[in-house]
Write a protein that binds this ligand. Structure first.
Ligand SMILES: Cc1ncc(COP(=O)(O)O)c(C=O)c1O
Ligand SMILES: N[C@@H](CCOP(=O)(O)O)C(=O)O
Length: 466
């Protein structure tokens, strides 16, 4: 399998090069040259596979430059520290199925991909030699999961930008209390969009990128999307085993990475297995407006109780737009340029196609808290605010099929919202309870490219001989 850029400006690459490139060198995002498809007969064979076995089969469809045995070892070790044998267990709660994606070390769905990504980076660096400086932006969860995936690994430094004071306090501590020498946290005075823009600007400075061997952990990296496809297929197979041939997924959405993995899974499986993706947003509803009206126009980021989704410019939207344009990179480039200049696009001409893929609903703050509270009263099951946004959207958009709701984070990470909803805190897992007593380290900088660049230069690993 080869990878190409949405913007059409690079020669096709094998997987390992795509992994190391992260953001395409022409400013676009890498996508596979073609999407493979999985037959009914293959699905029958996969029906009883463990999470790890299924991951090996699915990843092998997209990775042909890492030997099968090595890939198997990387997968096994990635999921060895999850606290549930099924990695992503699913529970029925009333009419909904809750897919728990928070059983990894940092208690959010990001661990599923980032534990594997850390292993893949180490494997490729081990073969090629050299070093890597990871540069990423987080609104709360990618940061700690990426840090957990690479802390202490030789040949890798990691620089993570988060919006100062806009994550939950525990999310910030999960990052800043990691004191390994290769970990650097930067709190930028601004929003997640500001942080993500700084990261992209530095990646698009090709001389800087090459000199400092920048690597990407955000979902701009295709490997992130790929690893996330697995839990869609795994959970679909579970419901298929119960006699459900067709399902919908409800996905709380910010940067459009998770739901894009769902789009890949939908297209990989036989037609109709995944019928619709329910795209759930909080008050930052640009993507809901896109699905409902084709209106893709950005506004100010609004802080909410689901802070990891406080995003207006969803980086992976470019990948979906590329498919809407049927792979026409020139048309995609024109749209991306127009959006960069004006902050809006009229995509209403795609509404019929978009409706085949998505339903969407935007959830208010009051509804988010009420959903946590009502769900707890009804099922004695605690949702985190992001998952609550997805559950509320599922209830608003569901049709006659079962809906699998992605539970993207553990509720204990969001103390204030849970307290507001049920009048007390969620039981605290030990890895969170101890954080408040730990030493922490973080650099606070203005949301300014040069300030971040200088910080990275001062702390980056250098290529041998440079
Ligand atoms: C807990 C949680 N839920 C949902 C999301 C949204 O996922 P995505 O950005 O892939 O759309 C995020 C952030 O990515 C998150 O951290
Ligand atoms: N919500 C995310 C934002 C970054 O998204 P990513 O999937 O592109 O890494 C976070 O928690 O940081």
């Amino acid at each position: 399998m080869r990878y190409i850029s949405t913007r059409g400006g690079i020669a096709p690459l094998p997987f390992q090069d795509a992994l190391m490139m992260g953001l395409a060198r022409d400013g676009g995002l890498l996508v596979p040259e073609r999407l493979p498809s999985v037959s009914e007969a293959t699905l029958e064979q996969w029906q009883r596979f463990s999470y790890q076995q299924l991951a090996l089969e699915l990843l092998s469809l997209f990775i042909d430059d890492i030997g099968r045995q090595t890939l198997n070892e990387l997968i096994e070790s990635a999921y060895a520290h999850f606290d549930h044998p099924q990695v992503t267990p699913m529970r029925r709660q009333g009419e909904l199925f809750i897919l728990e994606l928070f059983h990894g070390p940092t208690l959010a769905f990001k661990d599923v991909a980032l534990q594997l990504l850390g292993n893949l980076f180490t494997h490729v660096l081990g073969q090629r030699g050299g070093c890597m400086n990871i540069l990423g932006a987080t609104s709360g969860d990618t940061g700690s999961a990426a840090i957990a995936g690479v802390r202490g690994k030789p040949g890798i430094n990691i620089f993570i930008l988060h919006p100062h004071g806009r994550t939950s306090p525990l999310q910030a501590l999960q990052m800043t209390t990691v004191l390994d020498k290769n970990v650097f946290n930067i709190a930028v005075r601004g929003s997640f969009d500001d942080a993500q823009a700084i990261v992209k600007t530095l990646f698009n400075d090709l001389a800087f990128r090459d000199r400092y061997c920048l690597g990407a952990v955000n979902s701009i990296n295709w490997a992130r999307i790929l690893a996330q496809v697995v839990y869609y297929v795994f959970s679909y197979l579970k419901l298929r085993g119960l006699g459900h041939r067709s399902v919908d997924f409800a996905v709380p959405t910010g940067n459009f990475g998770d739901i894009f993995a769902g789009f890949v899974a939908k297209n990989l499986l036989p037609r109709g297995c995944i019928q619709r993706l329910i795209l759930a947003t909080n008050a930052n509803d640009i993507l809901t407006r896109f699905v409902k009206r084709g209106d893709y126009s950005r506004s100010q980021v609004i802080p909410t109780s689901s802070p990891s989704m406080d995003i207006q410019i969803a980086s992976n939207f470019e990948r979906y737009l590329y498919y809407l344009h049927d792979g026409d990179s020139a048309a995609l480039r024109a749209d991306m340029e127009q959006f960069a200049q004006s902050g809006c696009l009229d995509l209403s001409r795609f509404r019929a196609r978009t409706a085949e893929d998505f339903r969407s609903h935007s959830v208010s703050e009051d509804e988010t808290i009420a959903t946590i509270s009502e769900f707890y009263q009804k099922h004695a099951y605690l949702l985190d605010p992001h998952t609550a946004v997805g559950v509320r959207a599922a209830m608003a958009c569901r049709e006659e099929r079962p809906v699998i709701c992605l539970a993207t984070a553990h509720p204990a990470k969001f103390v204030a919202s849970v307290q507001k909803a049920i009048g007390r805190e969620a039981p605290m897992p030990p890895q969170l309870a101890e954080l408040a007593h730990r030493e922490s380290r973080c650099e606070v900088l203005d949301a300014d490219v040069e300030a971040v660049r200088n910080f990275v230069v001062a702390h980056a690993l250098q290529k041998p001989g440079s």
